[in-house]
Each structure stands twice: as C-alpha cells, then as structure tokens.
Design a binder for this molecule. Sequence first.
Ligand code: TXA
Ligand code: MG
Length: 591
Amino acid sequence: MTHAELLELAHRLARDAAHAIETVRRAGFAIERKGDASPVTAADRMAEGIITEGLLLATPDIPVVGEEAFAEGHAPEVGERFWLVDPLDGTREFAEGRDEYVVCIALIEAGRPVLGVLAAPARGSVHGGIVGQGAWVEEGGARRPIQARRPPAEGLHVLDSRSHRDAAATEAFCRNFIISGTTRMGSALKFAWIAEGLADLMPRLSSGIMEWDTAAGQAVLEAAGGRVVDAAGQKLRYGKPGFRNPGFVAWGRGDVCATDSRLRAAPSDDRVWRVTALLDDPLDAAALLRAGALVAFATETVYGLGADARNGKAVAAIFEAKGRPHFNPLICHFPDAEAAWAEVHADDRARALAAAFWPGPLTLVLPRRADCRIDLLAGAGLDTLAVRVPAHEGALALLRAAATPIAAPSANRSGRVSPTSAAHVLQELSGRIAAILEGGECAVGVESTVLDLAGGGAALLRPGGVPVEAIEAVIGSVGRPLPLRAGAAPTLRSPGMMLSHYAPSLPLRLEAQSVAPDEALLAFGPPLPGAALTYQLSEGRDLREAASRLFAGLRALDQPGLAGIAAMPVPGEELGPAIRDRLARAAEPRK
Ligand code: TXA
Ligand code: MG
C-alpha cells in the first residue's frame, strides 16, 4: 500500500472511532483510573479496539502500539515500521465536557512519523498529512490544504497545556520571545492548530509525554512545514525505550535556536529574537525592517544582514548579532542610483560607474551630503558613505518596499566566511535575527568591489565582483593601496588605517571618574557633575542605545574652546567592547 492509501485507511478508522466515541458520550460513561491514575473510559477502549482491529486486518504485517493495550501490558515488538495509536487523547477534557479531544493514528518508519491523522469527534474535524507531501484539514465534508505559518512580526501565539507540570520552565522559555497571545488546550489538537497556521509555538519542556500523544501531531505538523524538536534541536524520533518522549518544542515555519546561552532573556521593550522566520515575500521582510528588526536578504554577491540605515538602534543590533568587537563602516544599499545620490555627493566618475555597473557588485565610497539621513553608526562616524545598488530582484523589491536605505554587511558572524545561501545564514545567525528573505543561491559569490572616490583620486579598497580593469575602462587609472599578489586572498585595508582620521580634534580621556569645568562629558548612565557640556549616550545604560549615539556624541562634544572630552566607563559586555575600541582609537595621541 502507498502512503496515500495508508493515510486513507487511518483516516477511515479514525472517523469510525470518532463515531463510537460520540455514541459513548451521548449514552453517558463511567470514568475509571489506570495504574498511573490517569482517566480512562469505555470510549477509549472501544475506539482503540476499532482502530487496532482495522489496522491489523488491512496491514497484518505492521505492528500496532496502542495506548490502552500498552497500559494493560501488551506491547508488540516494533521494527522499522509500526502504527502508533492514541484512541482518545485528552480523556480528561472528554470527561470534563470540553470538545478538544482527538483520535490519533500515526505510521512510524525508521524512527520517524511519516503520516498521521488527528480526528476531533466533537468538532467534526480531521487533520491529516504525509511528511513531504502536504497536510490538509477536513471539515463539513470538505478537504482543504493547510500550511504552518511563519512567525508574524507582532509575535508568536503560544499553545500551552492545561495541566501545568512545567509552568515555570514554560514561562521562562517563553520570555525569550515576543508573544502575542496564549491559548490553553488539553490535547494533541495543539499540533493541528500550528499546522493550520493558527498558532506558532507549543513548548512541552518536561519529559514523559508518550509517543502516541505526539506521533500523529508531529506527522501532520511536519507535513504542513513545521517542526517538533528536542532541546538540542533534533527532530523527535520514535520507538524509544518505553515509548517515552523527552521534552520538546513544536514550531510552525521558522528556525529556532533555543539553547543559545549567549542570548540573554531581555526585558520586554528590548526582546532578543530567537525565532528566525524564513520569508519569501519582500513586503513581510520590509515591514520587519521598518519596525527596527534585522532581516538577512540575498544579493547577487552574498547574503547581507540588513537593518534600516536610518535607525541607529537597528544598525547597532547588526554589530551585536555579528558579534563584531569593533564598529566598521557598513555598505548602504539602495534601489537605484537616484536614491543613493540623495545621501552622498556623486561626481561625474561616480555617475559614469553607476551607469556602467549598477545594479551590480560595485560599492562606491563617496562624501556624505550635509543632509544625509543615514545614521552615523552605519558609516562608523566617517564623513564618507559606501553605497551600492544590488543586482538581485528580491533585494531590489525589498529596498523598494522598505522605502529606506538598508545598511548590510555580509550575514555571517564576525571572523567567518560570507554566506551565499539562506541555509548558510541560518547556520550563522539562526535565532539572532528576525528573518531571512529567501533569495536562492548568490550568483556572484564574492563581495562587491569597494572603490573609494571620496578624495580626489580613485582607490581600490576591496577587490570583488567587478574587476578593477573594467572600472579603469570607465574612469581611467585606479590606485591599489593593497599590493594584490596573484592568487592572494582578497584582503581589506586595515580598519585601523582606514578609520584613523575620524577621531575628534579634542583630546579624549577614558574611564573618567570626575570631570573638569572646561571639559565635555560623554556620559553613560547618571552623568558626573560639573562638565561644561554633556552628551548622554544612554541614561539607562543600554549598550545598543549607547552604540547608536556614540559617533553623534563625539561630534556634538568636539567644540572649540574646551580642553578635552572625558568619557565615562562603559562595561565590557555585549556591544561594550566595540564602543571601548572606538573610544580607545579616538583617545590615541594625534601625530
Ligand atoms: O557584496 C557586498 O558588498 C556585501 C553585500 C551584502 O552587499 N556587503 C558587504 O558588506 O560585504 P561589509 O560590511 O561586509 O563590507 C563593507 C566593506 C568593508 O571592507 C568596509 O571597510 C568598506 O566596505 N567600507 C564601508 N564604508 C566605508 C567607508 N566609508 N570608507 C571606506 N571603506 C568603507
Ligand atoms: Mg493521550
């Protein structure tokens, strides 16, 4: 029998069992207690009888493991392939007159649920699915396909159990996410709701849930694009000793990194994303970006880690997600050259190069306009800005929909290679960013060529997708500050060298514990008293806020007539090291 035929068999038997359960419910029933004190009724036993008999008749070579038979000591030897049956999941809800109890039937092959049905007798619904082939719901005789949803921007809807065996752990776990609502349910119908895109997350963090309680739900959910994983992120397997599950979490679509201890649980106004949604609609990605979240997206060169370039906190979050110990200037992406020229001064060479290579893998470093709206942190405080128009339909659609320039370095952790597929980005940043706009494999695979046109000349800062010879064919000779040996890996001009010229002209004093009346104060937290001029990085000692205000602060305090700038201490965690690095460079004696 094919999987489709086996699913129809399970479906028919689940409906027969559902019918029997409703008959028992109308007739009235007694509640008995099993050995483990859990309730059982005539409905459970009747339903299991119908299903087991039907399965053994139709598929005599596939053993059946049923909850009630197992409770009475009948457990067949299981091998590669077996049925797992919970004839009435949610017996307590059934006994208490709620309508969410379900009949669960799943087929296990090689330790994995491959197909399953969940029939809810009192609701008249059946959910079914074959992993890899899709899932459906049948209501009122009509069947329609279902899909799990991607985490919505407004937060996750959580399905929690009614019996609260692990309430504290669940609450601590959920504190890591933006939660839009919680619904309590007492059966495997929770899986079906996530499969149908009605909810996003179901944590069952304590072990001991039985395999027949989860197998059909997992099959339907995986068939609908969701996942059921243990604490290590591994999909639940079946046929384990005693048919007992470890703790697990069921998710809709999206990837999660539940065990990354580097991410702390943040207070409610500054949540750390732990679910990275996989998006295919640029409008969804644009909405997240505009809300200040980080979204990775494909360009023709590599995947970029994008933030709204006008939002300082969002830009600071890029450095945090990448784990960069210092701030270097980021490339700002635009949908077309005109949008770029609104932020930087373009001379004839820049316009000629844009006409020749944009959209495409060329980045131009040009002077910022006086009214440039790009956040200073995106350019690491420089008077210049790196701009480019990527040649990728998804990236361009995102840029147009976001209607704001997008600052984006390559979407890898600091010190690792640039990602060229959404899967690479997940390996690097899963759980650290809000979403990935999927855009296939990157065609070019190396970063854009970075050309500095900000001074009088033209200097190659990074070799990349556009060969320097092609650039020279348009604007004439290009300086190569890097000795580029044949076969040498593309190197970057040292950030120290590149950044040395944007220190303030006033001397800077670090770790200040007091401030003189002729000094300016760069404050972090409650300001030291007595300064001539004070700029607050972050009253509440928020490092992301401080990072986003650092370059603006240095500029604001760099006023004639003052003796120097005193910088208050900044802690060495999260973005602190990058802030301290920048301050230390600014404090170095000038030649
Ligand atoms: O292909 C690419 O360019 C990718 C995709 C995502 O667009 N982006 C990328 O960004 O590689 P990122 O941040 O990893 O590289 C930025 C490069 C660095 O070498 C940086 O030093 C240089 O551009 N850069 C940025 N702004 C600069 C500026 N104002 N002056 C000099 N160099 C700058
Ligand atoms: Mg059960």
